[in-house]
Design a protein around this ligand. Sequence first.
Ligand SMILES: [Zn+2]
Length: 114
Amino acid sequence: MKKRTTFKIDLGLSDIKVKNMVINTHDEYHIYVSCTATSTQCQNCNNVISKSHGTCKETIIEHLPILDNKVFIHVKWPRFVCLFCDKATTSFHPSWLNDTGELTRPYENFFLNF
Ligand SMILES: [Zn+2]
């Protein structure tokens, strides 16, 4: 009988909760997460806003490899509407996400230090 061993990894990323993980045929880890943030800062007037306004399309973010396998995080960021400035909407952007929204900052730094 084949023995199974499991391990836990702390992704070190805030504001998300892992829902599911799939390892595909290329040994890439696809981690599906939901965002737990309940507010963000309006991109227009900088007020903290918490009135939910749906989510963005799913984005796929590359993170540090696990056991030499590529890691991709799938998430739909929540969007909030601002009641202070003519209903501008802002989507949540955690501090660990790079400016383009495609890489985590730890992963970006990993490349820069190579
Ligand atoms: Zn605003």
